[in-house]
Design a protein around this ligand. Sequence first.
Ligand code: FAD
Ligand code: SIN
Length: 543
Amino acid sequence: MSTTTDFLVIGSGIAGLTFALDIAKHGTVTVLSKRAPDETNTRYAQGGIATVMAEDDSVEAHKQDTLVAGAGLCHEIVVDICCTDGPQRLRELMERGASFDRHEDGSLSLTREGGHSARRIVHAADATGHEVQRALLEAAKKHANIELLENHTAIDLIMQTSFGEPDHCVGAYVLDEQSSTAEKHVVHAFLARATILATGGAGKVYLYTSNPDVATGDGVAMAYRAGAEIGNMEFYQFHPTCLYHPRAKSFLITEALRGEGAILRLSDGTAFMERHDERKDLAPRDIVARAIDYEMKRTGHDSVHLDITHKPADFVIQRFPTIYEKCKGWGLNITNELIPVVPAAHYMCGGVTTDLTGKTSIPGLSAIGECAFTGLHGANRLASNSLLEGLVFGHRAAGRLQEEITSLRSGPWPDVQEWVTGGAVASDEAVVVAHNWDELRRTMWNYVGIIRTNSRLQRATRRISLLQEEIREYYWKHMVTRDLLELRNIATVAELIVSCAGARKESRGLHRTLDYPDASDGMKADTIVKRGVAAHLRSSPLN
Ligand code: FAD
Ligand code: SIN
C-alpha cells in the first residue's frame, strides 16, 4: 500500500529538519530516519557553526578562507551565498530554540579552527551538534504538519518513466523496520510531490571514521542508481584528530582544541606542525591530516599526540566538558596527559550535484546537506562550514519548493508498483555480509585513503567490483535488511570515489596522488559521474 505526502524528506539532521520546519506551513512533510531521529552526523558535531557574528570579522574574510581551503574548486557564487546568508540562518536557528555559549556581556563566544583567519565558530561548548539536533527535533515534533518516522530506511527512489526512460522522481521505497519481522519485511511505497535527500555523509565507507553508523552514503547511492549526476566524490575529508584508543569507536577530538592552543606532538614530545606549514597546528585540515600521516609512517608509530596540558585545567574542563568526561571514562585525563590521535574519514565534499536551490539533475528530486554537492567546499571543506551549508541550503530548497508546490499538487498521484519480494528468503549467512563490509572498508582505507596512486586505485577498482558482484547476487536472493542495503550503498559510494579519483590526474586539496604530485591548471574543474557515463572533468558554470 502506498502512502502520500507533499514533501518526503529522507534524513533528520540539520539539513532535513531545517527544510522540514521552513516548508511545513506549505504542506505535509514526512521525515524519515534510519534509526532514532537524533542519530545523525549533526548530533555528533563538536566544533560549531562557522558564520560571521563578530564586528571585527567580515563576510569577505569568511569567503576568502573558504576559497583558500577549497583549493581553486569552490563555486564562488555558492561561497558568497553561504557566507552572506549564514548570520540570518543562525539567528533563525536560535529562534527555533538552539542556545550557544555566550560571554558575560551576552555576546556570542566564538572559537577558532584550522584555516579560519578569525574567531567565527559559534558553539555550544564541545557538543554543538547535540544542541542543534535537540532544538530542531523539538521544534519539528511540535509541528502538526511534520511526521517523523524512525527506523524507516529508504531503499530506492521511485522513478516515473516516460518514453521508456526513468525521468521523474515520485518518492521512495522504504523498509519499515518497526513493522518488519525476521520472516517478513515490510516495504512501503511513499509517494511525494517532492522528494528531498538529506541523508548525510558516508564515513562508513572507510575502516576508520569519525561518523556514526548511519553514515553510509545512501542518498548518493540511491540518486546514482536513479540516474542523477554525482560530483567530486574523490574529495573525502579526513579529520586529523580522532581519538586512538582500543575502546573508543569513532570519537572525534575537535579542532577547536587546537583553536584554543593545543599542539600536535610526536611521542618524544617534539611539536611537528611547523615543519609542514607556517600556520602550524592551525593549517587547514587536509594539510594537518597529511602531516600526521607522514609522521606516523616516518616514525612507524600508531598515532601522534595532542597536547593541551599547558592550559589551566579549569579552562579545559569548562570549554571541552564532553571530551574531558569521555576521555576520563577511558582512563585518560586530558588536563595532564597527551591525547593519542589519528586521522579518520570525516566528511564527503562531493555528492549529488545541485543548483543554488538544492535541485538535482532529476526532476522531483532535491538534495541538501552533506549528501549534496553544491560547490561550497571545492577540493576541501573549511572547518565548520557544513552545518552552515545544511542551514543555508535547507532554507533555499524550501524557498523554491514553496513556490512550486501548488503546481506540483495539480497532477494525479502516479500509479506505482508495489515492492516485489519475489523468491527472496531470510538470510542464514550474516557472516558473508559482515565479511564484505570489512573487506570493502579496508580496501578503501588501504588504497584510496589520504595518499593515493594509480596502481592503488586500480587494485581498489578490481576488489570493489568483485565485492559488488557478490553483493548483487546476495541482494536479489535474500530479504532486504538495513545492513545489506547499507553495504550495497557503501559499495556504490566506494566505486564512485575511486572512479572520480581516477579521473583527476593531479593533486589538489584532499586528493593527493604520488603519480601526479602537483595541481594542474587544466584540471580546475569538477569531476562528474553518472550511471552509464564515466567520470570526467567539467568546468563549473557557477565559477
Ligand atoms: P546528518 O546529520 O548526517 O543526517 C542524516 C540523516 O539521514 C539521518 O537521520 C539518517 O538516519 C538519515 N538517513 C540516511 N540514509 C537514510 C535512508 N536510506 N533512509 C532514511 N534515512 C536515512 N560540521 C560542522 O560544520 N561543524 C562541526 O563542528 C562538525 N563536527 C563534526 C563532528 C563529527 C564527529 C562529525 C561526524 C561531523 C562533524 N561535522 C561538523 C559535519 C556535520 O556534522 C555534518 O556534515 C552535518 O551534520 C550533516 O548534516 P545532514 O543534515 O546533511 O546529515
Ligand atoms: C571539529 O570539531 O573539529 C569538526 C569540525 C568540522 O568538521 O567542521
